[in-house]
Design a protein around this ligand. Structure first.
Ligand SMILES: C[S@@+](CC[C@H](N)C(=O)[O-])C[C@H]1O[C@@H](n2cnc3c(N)ncnc32)[C@H](O)[C@@H]1O
Length: 262
């Protein structure tokens, strides 16, 4: 298949490669049976996208996002969920309770490729949409709790783009929770040394050392929780344990925010 990926879109192959290789392992910590099929169907070479630390980080974040989202879905069983910047992720299958409504949203060229390997399902549809422009939100169901997932997306935005995105979400959805991956100021300056991102043309954008930094950009937000991926990574390997010590402040975090109509 002749495919062209933009610089940030290419990063969706990193997480796809890692989910596929972890699923193949004997004691796999996450399972994404579709990932290898997608790689085979697209015919892409993902061999350079699966180094150790990124592998452990993506496994950790997949578990942490999944479990946090499941908790919220238990509280809001008929929520409208949006995987914004979904890439090739199939989180719907991991968390579906038979009641939620789910939208997989990404830039038009990414959704075009995604449509080659996913079909719309009952309560789970794909939408072309930009995290920096809320036009795609207009026809979404209203009156429900909105659970917005941004995993591996904000890291590539400038501070102004983060502000635009947060303002868009709080302006377009009357109430919601945002589950978002944050990266540190250290990582902002070190894309070229990141073990997976250095193999792509992407570069990290504005980093933060505290999730509270988002509150200054969008005052409607409240920070509910913020957890380092170290919490999960240190459970599995000596190198993961060591990284949790050496890279205490460096590793990415899962932050949860909420907002309400005023
Ligand atoms: C690292 S990938 C993460 C994909 C997926 N969330 C995952 O965890 O596997 C980043 C994704 O963000 C998407 N993206 C980048 N800029 C975007 C924007 N302005 N609006 C929506 N999606 C965007 C890219 O197309 C890509 O699919």
């Amino acid at each position: 298949m002749d495919l062209k990926f933009g610089d940030i879109q290419e990063t969706a192959l990193v997480t796809l490669a890692i989910r596929a290789s972890e699923t193949r392992r004997k004691n796999a910590r996450i399972s994404d049976p579709a990932a290898q099929t997608i790689i085979d169907t697209l015919g892409v070479d993902v061999s350079r996208y699966d180094p150790f630390l990124s592998h452990e980080g993506v496994v950790a974040r997949t578990i942490m996002f999944r479990d946090t989202l499941k908790d919220l879905i238990r509280r809001y069983p008929d929520a409208v969920c949006v995987n914004l910047g979904c890439g090739f992720d199939d989180k719907f299958s991991q968390v579906d309770n038979g009641q939620i409504t789910w939208f997989d949203v990404d830039l038009p060229d990414q959704i075009e490729v995604r449509r080659k390997v996913f079909k719309d399902r009952e309560r789970c549809v794909m939408l072309e949409g930009d995290a920096l422009d809320g036009a795609w939100t207009r026809d979404l169901p209203k009156g429900k709790m909105n659970l917005i997932v941004m995993e591996g997306v904000m890291e590539y935005f400038s501070k102004e783009q983060v502000r635009t995105c947060l303002n868009m979400l709080c302006g377009c959805f009357t109430q919601g929770y945002l589950l978002v991956e944050l990266h540190s100021k250290f990582m902002e300056k070190n894309s070229k040394h990141h073990d997976a991102i250095k193999n792509t043309n992407a570069a990290f954008g504005w980093g933060t050392d505290s999730g509270r930094d988002y509150l200054a950009l969008e005052p409607r937000l409240t920070l509910v929780s913020e957890r380092s991926y170290n919490e999960e990574m240190k459970k599995y390997t000596i190198r993961g344990k060591l990284f949790a010590i050496v890279g205490k402040k460096i590793n990415n975090r899962l932050a949860v925010y909420k907002w309400q109509a005023d």
